[in-house]
Design a protein around this ligand. Structure first.
Ligand code: URA
Length: 407
């Protein structure tokens, strides 16, 4: 039976609900081995899946764990998910913006994976900030202050967790059906009324081109609609890192600067776009009106104060945020204008510095990271600092200049 199912997919045939259940539930129970699941995942990667199979698989993922119920929390709950990028700290910015506008935010986030960072690792740069919260505590908090940020419970779509870890080490991460089932199962199981997905495209993302991004968008929208949820997707660039900081505490500090209205550029633009989509969905108003509300939330500092309220409520000490005082400046040996900055290389570098994990149980270092002193379009002279590395130990950093392309 096991081999028959793998062979059927290898030949590009459609698997039935019964076959998918047998295989995937069997894997979760330990009756099917890693090597057998790896083989099926690779066949799925190469041959794809029909819509019917993707819907069934998403459903099997959802039913592998708890389905959360926030129906008692008043208001339309809109959840947001990013497919993962480098320097992506948007959740830290848009969650307080949206909450400051009276929209309940029940945000559950993940840790970093591969070269992409995770919101939970970032927020834990604030000493004392508790991310492991019970459902009762989350509901109480949202009732009191309108926002909560916690780590995803292990009971939510546990099948996705187990399969994601296997995909990560078997070259099967970049499969559109598998990405869609993975993301949508978590979003639907976490009880959101409406869902906004930020699909990252480019060198520093899982999805490398617009065509695949559109396919994923269509698919996730249809899955959401199947469960009666409105889904909107934004397709955003991930050829360059987002904003100017990569690394946990550095990214929190950058997020705070945006909330204080101090920063401009690609990060602010994307946050405005995402936050206003969420506001538009939740309040059922047009995008223009929503943009106006989002701008006001930043200018009035309402969003910033909401962030501080969140930190305090979850026991964080905002004054504890710090970056390593050991700095290395990467200088330019050429002059010109910055044409591109390689997101993937900088993502990998941040993991090498200790900001991310090389192995699942590694501890991240919150104080290390990279500040990009020059961004795309900036003029560079010989000897100018391209970027600053915040490090804990010496290493060979001689190749980093090449992550910048000058024209
Ligand atoms: N994010 C997820 O949660 N799952 C994927 O498969 C890819 C990105």
């Amino acid at each position: 039976m096991i081999v028959d199912i793998i062979t059927k997919k290898k030949e590009g045939k459609i698997l039935s609900r019964q076959e998918l259940e047998y295989f995937f539930n069997g894997y979760l129970n330990g009756e099917i081995e890693d090597y057998q699941m790896s083989s099926l995942l690779m066949a799925i990667c190469l041959k794809g899946m029909a819509d019917k199979e993707i819907f069934e698989l998403t459903d099997i993922y959802i039913k592998s764990g708890e389905i959360l119920d926030f129906s008692k929390v008043e208001g339309v709950k809109v959840d947001k998910h990013s497919t993962g990028g480098v320097g992506d700290k948007t959740t830290l910015i848009i969650a307080p913006i949206v909450a400051s506008l009276g929209i309940p935010v029940v945000k559950m986030s993940g840790r970093g994976l591969g070269f992409t960072g995770g919101t939970i690792d970032k927020i834990e740069s604030i000493e004392g900030f508790q991310t492991n919260r019970s459902m009762g505590a989350i509901k109480e908090q949202v009732k009191e202050i309108g926002i909560s940020l916690s780590s995803q419970t292990s009971k939510l779509a546990p099948m996705d967790k187990k399969i994601y870890a296997l995909r990560d080490v078997t070259g099967t991460v970049e499969s559109i059906p598998l990405i869609a089932a993975s993301i949508m199962s978590k979003k639907i199981a976490s009880g959101a009324d409406k869902i906004l997905i930020d699909i990252k495209v480019g060198k520093g993302a899982l999805i490398k081109n617009q065509k695949d991004a559109k396919k994923l968008k269509d698919l996730m929208t249809r899955i959401g609609n199947h469960y009666g949820r409105e889904v909107r997707c934004i397709i955003s660039d991930m050829n360059m890192p987002l904003g100017s900081c990569i690394g946990n505490a550095l990214e929190v500090l950058e997020a705070i600067d945006i909330l204080k209205g101090k920063e401009k550029g690609d990060l602010l633009n994307l946050c405005m776009d995402l936050a206003s989509e969420m506001v538009s969905m939740s309040k059922n108003i047009g995008k223009k009106k929503a943009v106006k509300l989002v701008k006001e939330a930043i200018v009035s500092k309402k969003a910033y104060y909401k962030f501080l309220e969140l930190v305090k409520y979850q026991n964080g000490d905002i004054s504890s945020l710090k970056v390593s005082d050991k700095k290395i400046e990467v200088k330019s040996s050429k002059s010109g204008v910055v044409k591109s900055i390689n997101a993937l290389k900088f993502g990998e570098l941040s993991v090498r510095l200790g900001a991310g994990r090389q192995h699942e149980d590694d501890k991240v270092n919150h104080e290390v990271g990279i500040k990009l002193n020059k961004l795309v379009g900036d003029k560079v002279k010989v000897g100018d600092t391209l970027c600053t590395l915040f490090v804990k130990k010496e290493d060979d950093f001689s190749k980093i200049e090449a992550y910048y392309t000058l024209a």
